[in-house]
Design a protein. Structure first.
Lengths: 852, 252
């Protein structure tokens, strides 16, 4: 039986190939993602253990609460260095600066590189500690010199002797490049730029005079790092933490790995979607071939093969196909890695990869997942094969297909379960994590249920789509329509594979369009200022002095800086982002929607008052008059009394609660504003005021850029679109698999109908007409998938938007996109039919009529 | 076949290999019900070639299916080699088919992806045993397929395919070989070859063969002809010629 199965797979190569293709893409995505993650993690491990190789002990501020804007924990007093040097066993110690809030600027004053990755100011340390290898030149020796990392130097074509400007918290300055340096073995840190300055100059530029971000220590010979760490820890304040070089490397590496973890998890999710879609194709292929091999199974049963043996041979075939496809998928994963790196590069994110890592874990997971999906998808067809009776071997070839009534029952049960899971995920639970646990499987069940039920929709839909085709194409059009209805569940499953991809695209597009619309509406409603000032990387904080400087410019009516800091709040789980407002000016910049209190409440805010976002208060049982107890990132405990509540959805100004900006800057260790809002005097010419502000910013705060509300909205839209393009690109693979599924079904059914096609040719149907018939059949199938998919996607989006309406989400259906998708599906149908149609039109009439 | 395989000829050599009593088979229900078999009792002794003939709809195929355990009677019972097969469940029936029965089909039913030789040994492989090369060579020789043993069915003529399928039916030394219109899809020359092979199996190896045919000429090669009309046996015995069979089939 084994040999029979293997022979069968080898003999039916085309079918095997197309089936394998369905598994191949999903496995390639999963294997590729695992390889990429391993490679990236390895690169980070390598680079940080290299940069820490000379460090026996490292001292940093103990991080209690992670910062929302990527800033490292606050710098500490430089005096610590003296205490460390006094510890027994310390051979050498040095303070350093490693600050991600600066901007390296090009000749035009623009931030170099791509939006997103941070720019670091690094304080030069003694040679033994330095993680840098100088390719050209030397480290900076005076306050007017800097060294630059090799990747930035290459991008900007900078060499030793050129000048470059770096802006930071302190006054921006132009430096002469003294050297080009490589960090360790030279792996790119997710596209970051590094400006290496002398230590005092780094401290000045980052506003960290008399402070360090880190102190690095080398032990005397014979002193174990572990031992020295304990000794150092005793000599420094408890707000600081001593780690061995190894521990420090692991921690630094972990931070970057965590950043990449989000990407790799999303990629894995897309891989699973692709496999799920592939499962439909496998199910369909095996269903069709099992039906076509009815007589063969019947004959094997007459020869004495047990049901178990029939089941075995079908499942074994599935396992072989799955195994081969998964093995190829692992190879394909290598290509996927290259594709993903290129894709992310085009979005400005460089993924470090010092070498491709194919771990045994990757191989075994990829093989296991691929084989299991193939076997699971072929289980139902295999069971159907076991129900073939020996008598069926004696019947005339061909035979009727009876649609299963159980299918509908199963579909209804699945749909009910899906609706329950989705409803529970959306409304029944508060935590995002458990919402996803219900939503993910819920949506999969929904797809399965719809796929099973869609057999019922094939009739009406193919009638609808087929009608114009029949008018256009005559008899072939009519035959095409009838053919798609001949075996409705087969058409439905083929269409379902396409349905999934389209449903997800429509869902994502509709949801994104809702996000866009609600953000724009919220801006229109709440935003009453003319300009918003923020860091040109759209992420890092801007110097607090910016607000003061802009306030003095002619034509400016008000300036309202907004800062954010993280805190842990007693009685509330998770880290909370707290807003810091300027009580005097915020009412000019924002229309606050007061629930309790009024604009006058802000005047009483003082150092210990807070206003809460109404929904956040309700969810966390915090009301006006209550006291909020919290711990800030500097480890300080603070308490605020709630004075009022406002409604702010989707959290433009505050998502939890707000305190005065002065109090936030003091208590939270925050040294910059997230953004600053500026309003103009009504009589002033807005263009002139904006020009004056831009001049001031360019001169004193090159990291800050100004944007009007229109620009802000456009930027928001563009950012969202970037993410959308990425999602579409990844979903495209699933859609591609589904299109292969259409090709596969067509080829199999043409094979099944060889005799019939021969007959059509014999009675005078032209080759062109045969091709047209197949093509229309393909278009009808694809359109059925697209229409059902668009419906499911829209339904999901509408329900999701409804569920989030309390968060300020407003429905907005992207009709043009949906129409485009439907047209594209028709085009895909035509494309899928090319090869099958050619094959069908080449049918030899005599042979086909003798065909058995 | 392995050596310790029990020999078929020993204990029941004298009694009939197959027998059935009062077989009835009804298709459909109520007014639309059709009695394909209306009380058939027969015995088939060892080493005989029996032909069941009758016009279409006479119930001859139904009789064969039930004798071979492929279909179940509405009433009545069938014994093969002393076992009442009408009392067996699906698993036991499968084993019986595998070990004691051989089949030859109208449409050959060879597995298209296997070679002639591989098709021939398929029943042995399904049973999880190793084919005996001497026996395989002998069978290939007998059916005249030695030089085409590596050919796929698509590379063989209809007659050649049917010869392979006869060899396949014989490979397990079954108690009975059932043949369902074995020449139905063949030209007369190939049909005669195939029939000659079945005849040879009966004469040289004492094989019991039961075949269904609607062709009087084919039936006249048999040791015994059973004529079935409307589910009832109307003739059972030797015949001299095709014309006689033809005449028997015309009788109401």
């Amino acid at each position: 039986m084994f040999a029979l199965t293997v022979r069968g797979v080898v003999a039916r190569k085309t079918r095997g190939f197309l089936t394998a293709l369905a598994v191949f893409f999903g496995v390639a995505m999963i294997a590729g993602t695992l390889m990429l993650t391993d490679s990236v993690n390895n690169s980070f491990d390598d680079i940080f253990s290299e940069s820490n190789s000379a460090v026996d002990v490292s001292i940093k501020t103990r991080e209690t609460i992670e910062d929302s804007r990527g800033a490292l924990p606050p710098a500490f007093d430089a005096a610590v260095l003296e205490s460390v040097r006094a510890v027994d066993g310390v051979a050498e110690a040095a303070g350093s600066i490693f600050d991600p809030t600066v901007s390296v600027l090009d000749e035009q004053g623009q931030r170099v590189g791509l939006t997103g990755p941070p720019h670091f100011a690094v304080g030069a340390v003694p040679d033994r500690f330095s993680p840098f290898n100088y390719i050209e030149g030397r480290p900076p020796e005076t306050a007017d010199e800097m060294a630059i990392d090799n990747f930035t130097a290459e991008r900007e074509s900078w060499t030793v002797g050129d000048t470059a400007r770096v802006a930071g918290t302190g006054t921006a300055k132009t430096y002469v490049i003294s050297g080009v340096a490589r960090w360790g073995s030279g792996v790119e840190l997710l596209g970051a730029s590094l400006a290496i300055l002398t230590l005092p100059e780094a401290q000045r530029l980052t506003g960290k005079q008399e402070k360090f971000d880190e102190v690095v220590v080398a032990a005397e010979e014979g002193v174990a790092p572990e031992e020295l760490k304990l000794a150092v820890q005793r000599a420094i304040p408890t707000s600081l933490e001593a780690l061995t070089g190894e521990e420090n490397a692991a921690e630094e590496s972990q931070e970057f790995k965590g950043g990449f973890g989000i990407i790799s998890n999303s990629l894995l999710a897309f891989g699973l979607i692709a496999l799920f879609v592939g499962g439909f194709i496998i199910f369909n292929t095996f269903s069709i071939t099992v039906a076509q091999r009815t007589r063969e199974f019947g004959m094997l049963r007459t020869l004495g093969a047990h049901r178990r043996q029939i089941l075995g041979t079908v499942l074994l075939e599935a396992a072989i196909v799955g195994l081969v496809a998964s093995a190829l998928g692992i190879l394909g994963g290598i290509g996927f890695v290259a594709g993903i790196i290129a894709l992310f590069q085009s979005f400005g994110l460089d993924i470090p990869s010092s070498g491709l890592v194919i771990s045994p874990r990757t191989v075994s997971i990829a093989l296991l997942v691929g084989v299991l999906v193939t076997i699971a998808a072929s289980l139902a067809p295999a069971r159907r094969a076991t129900r073939v009776t020996p008598l069926e071997a004696l019947r005339e070839p061909g035979g009727s297909h009876r649609p299963s009534r159980r299918r509908t029952t199963v579909a209804v049960v699945l749909l009910v379960l899906a609706v329950l899971a989705i409803a529970w995920g959306m409304f029944g639970t508060d935590s995002v994590g458990s919402a996803f646990i219900f939503l993910g499987p819920g949506i999969l069940l929904l797809f399965l249920g719809v796929a099973l039920l869609s057999g019922r929709l094939v009739g009406p839909l193919s009638g609808l789509i087929g009608w114009p085709l029949e008018r256009l194409g005559g008899v072939p059009g009519q035959l095409a329509r009838e053919n798609t209805q001949r075996n409705k569940s087969r058409t439905a499953t083929t269409a379902a594979a396409l349905m999934i991809g389209l449903a997800l695209v429509v869902f994502v597009a509709t949801f994104a369009s809702a996000l866009n619309k609600s953000a724009t509406e919220a801006l229109d409603r709440q935003f009453s200022s003319d300009l918003i000032l923020s860091n040109s990387d759209q992420f890092t904080r801007i110097p607090t002095q910016t607000a003061e400087a802009v306030r003095g410019i002619e034509g400016v009516a008000f300036v309202s800086p907004v800062a954010h800091g993280n805190a842990r709040v007693q009685g509330v789980s998770g880290t909370q982002a707290v807003s810091g407002l300027n009580p005097e000016s915020v009412v000019s910049a924002f229309n606050l929607d007061w629930r309790e209190g009024s604009d006058a409440t802000l005047a009483e805010l003082g150092d210990t008052g807070a206003i809460i976002e109404a929904d956040w208060g309700k969810d966390n049982s915090v009301a006006v008059g209550d006291v909020i107890l919290l711990t800030t990132p500097t480890g300080r405990d603070a308490s605020y009394t709630v004075r009022g509540s406002v409604r702010d959805k989707p959290g433009l100004l505050l998502s939890t609660f707000a305190v005065s900006r002065d109090s936030l800057l003091r208590n939270f260790g925050v040294d910059g504003d997230s953004y600053t809002l500026v309003g103009f005097i009504e009589s002033a010419n807005p263009d002139e005021v904006e020009a004056r502000i831009d001049d001031e910013l360019a001169a004193a705060f090159p990291t800050v850029e100004s944007r009007s509300r229109a620009e802000l909205e456009a930027d928001n839209r563009q950012q969202l679109n970037q993410i959308l393009v990425l999602i579409y690109a990844l979903l495209a693979l699933s859609i591609l698999i589904a299109i292969f599924g259409v090709v596969n079904t067509l080829i199999l059914t043409i094979h099944e109908r060889t005799r019939e096609i021969g007959m059509l040719r014999a009675i005078g149907t032209s080759k062109r007409q045969v091709r047209r018939m197949i093509r229309y059949e393909s278009v009808i199938t694809a359109m059925i998938g697209a229409i059902i998919g668009a419906g499911v996607g829209l339904a999901l989006a509408i329900v999701s938007v409804q569920a989030l309406s309390s968060e300020g989400l407003v429905l907005s259906i992207p009709y043009p996109l949906i129409v485009t998708l439907l047209l594209l599906a028709a085009v895909a149908g035509v494309a899928a039919a090319i090869a099958p149609a050619r094959r069908a039109s080449k049918t030899n009439i005599i042979e086909a009529l003798l065909y058995e | 076949m392995t050596d310790h395989q029990p020999q078929d000829e020993s204990p029941t050599a004298t009694g009939p290999v197959i027998s059935c009593s009062d077989l009835r088979r009804r298709f459909g229900e109520g007014g639309a019900a059709v009695d394909a078999l209306a009380g058939v009792s027969l015995e088939f002794p060892k080493g005989e070639l029996t032909a069941i003939v009758g016009p279409s709809g006479s119930g001859k195929s139904t009789l064969l299916h039930i004798l071979a355990g492929l279909d179940r009677p509405t009433d009545g019972s069938v014994w093969i080699d002393g076992i009442e097969i009408t009392a067996l469940d699906d698993r036991e029936l499968t084993d019986l088919r595998r070990d004691k029965l051989g089949f030859v089909f109208q449409f050959f039913n060879l597995v298209p992806v296997l070679t002639a030789e591989e098709n021939l040994v398929l029943p042995v492989k399904i049973a999880g045993r190793r084919p005996d090369p001497v026996r395989v060579d002998g069978l290939l020789e007998t059916v005249g397929m030695t030089d085409r043993r590596t050919h796929r069915p698509s590379e063989l003529s209809g007659g050649q395919q049917q010869r392979v399928s006869i060899a396949r039916a014989l490979v397990t030394r079954p108690a009975v070989v059932f043949a369902d219109e074995p020449t139905g899809n063949l030209d007369s020359k190939s049909g005669a070859d195939v029939l000659g092979l079945l005849r040879q199996a009966v004469d040289e190896f004492e094989q019991t063969v039961v075949m269904v045919t609607h062709d009087p000429r084919i039936a006249s090669y048999a040791d015994r002809v059973i004529v079935l009309v409307d589910g009832v046996v109307t003739h059972d015995g030797r015949v001299q010629s095709a014309d006689e069979v033809h005449a028997l089939m015309q009788i109401e």
